[in-house]
Design a protein around this ligand. Structure first.
Ligand code: AMP
Length: 389
């Protein structure tokens, strides 16, 4: 790949695809990690007097429709504060005026028709805005979209930004020569999207700790009652196959022994500790119990490498954050080389204030896991192809 740091950006129109998909609640950004991560890239370009056009998606608006709820306006305001200069938000993607030494932010790329299916017309339109395209959104590198892939095909130059380069280097270390035991923690709610990835990760790790909705599916696969918990019935056979594979290959998938349940999904719901075999039909599993948390802590203490994506429970609710807190503190205290990533994982890292003690925090979620799985990420692939021309 051509790297941005090897190019002369002086007075060039530089289009940077960043990942500014930050959580926004009522117009307020609740985690600025992704914005802070892109600042070094922007400073390198600004120091060279580049004319910067920054773009990103935010949330999942309906394509082709402008929905103020998903506007990047709060991000523009936040960037402006960090950079100490105006960062206007441009809503008209075909008409972008930016002078050397200035920076503008394009409105949510997902408002544009053709973004998702990588339409050549939109890709060309974006490519026409710049002399150099910089891909620096690792978290969307697994998506073949107009702003991540197509634009790189048509831009005069396409290169990798510093953030993507450092992500690939850190994750390469974990993939090539991990200290053993290698422990992966995969939690969160997206059972169906993560199960395929879990399958692959299982072939590499010594121990796979499952959490959240994923753990619920595994509990159901083991024949345990999950009441009205979030789980995916259709994926039970997959989970069963993984449990059998682990057994046959002397790998561990420790299932929770105890859990925290509630009868309603709300911030004020009362948490009750239950043994996994005692979960009633009207109860939802919303976190691991204290025994399980302690067991996970012990596994992390003995690990050589830890890969972490996804919370162990609904940590946004105070009563159901204990499992994720114990896990994050165990990873922070551990001697293991630790890599953590994924939207909600970043929020948990911030909440439990462990960022400084984790060896490498990736800004990617799905991309992070797909890379660990050994897949070629489309956005990286096109950068490699472009560098060969
Ligand atoms: P993901 O985006 O797939 O990593 O999922 C993260 C989300 O999963 C967080 O918002 C958690 O609240 C949620 N989550 C974790 N555990 C559970 C659970 N047991 N039941 C429902 N949601 C959960």
């Amino acid at each position: 790949m051509i790297k941005m740091i090897d190019l002369d950006l002086t007075r060039k129109r530089v289009l940077i695809r960043a990942d500014l998909n930050v959580p926004v609640e009522n117009g307020t950004i609740t985690s600025t990690t992704r914005i802070e991560a892109i600042l070094p890239t922007l400073k390198i370009a600004l120091d060279q007097d580049a004319a910067i056009i920054l773009m990103s998606h935010l949330g999942r608006p309906k394509e082709g429709e402008i929905d103020p709820k998903f506007s990047l306006q709060p991000v523009a305001a936040c960037l402006s504060k960090y950079l100490g200069r105006p960062v206007p938000l441009v809503t008209e993607h075909s008409n972008v005026n930016v002078k050397p030494g200035e920076i503008v932010l394009l409105e949510n790329t997902r408002f544009l028709k053709g973004e998702k299916n990588n339409a050549p017309s939109l890709s060309k339109q974006l490519a026409n805005l710049c002399d150099i395209f910089v891909m620096d959104a690792f978290a969307t590198a697994h998506r073949k979209e107009a702003s991540t892939y197509g634009v790189a095909e048509y831009a005069p130059f396409a290169c990798a930004g510093p953030l993507i380069v450092s992500e690939l280097e850190a994750l390469g270390h974990v993939l090539r020569e991990p200290e053993r035991p290698l422990v992966a923690v995969v939690g969160g709610s997206k059972v169906s999207t993560k199960l395929a990835i879990l399958n692959e990760i299982l072939t590499q790790v010594d121990c796979l700790i499952v959490g959240g909705g994923i753990a619920n599916t595994f509990l159901a696969a083991a024949g345990l009652p999950v009441g009205s918990s979030l789980y995916e019935h259709d994926l039970i056979p997959d989970a069963q196959a993984m449990l059998s594979f682990a057994k046959a290959h002397h790998k561990q998938i420790p299932l929770p022994e105890d859990v925290l349940v509630a009868t309603e999904f709300s911030a004020g719901a009362k948490a009750v500790v239950k043994k996994v075999e005692d979960v009633a039909h009207n109860e939802m599993i919303l976190d691991v119990g204290p025994k399980t948390a302690n067991h996970i802590k012990q596994i992390i203490e003995k690990a050589g490498t830890v890969i972490w994506n996804g919370p162990l429970g609904v940590f946004e609710f105070e009563n159901f954050g204990e499992g994720t807190r114990v896990l994050s503190e165990a990873i922070a205290r551990s001697e293991a080389f630790s890599v953590a990533g994924g939207g909600d994982t970043l929020a948990a890292i911030e909440k439990y204030d462990v960022a400084d003690e984790i060896s490498y925090i990736s800004t990617g979620g799905g991309a992070f896991l797909e890379l660990l799985e050994g897949k070629t990420l489309p956005a990286i692939d096109i950068l490699e192809k472009r560098s060969a021309i």
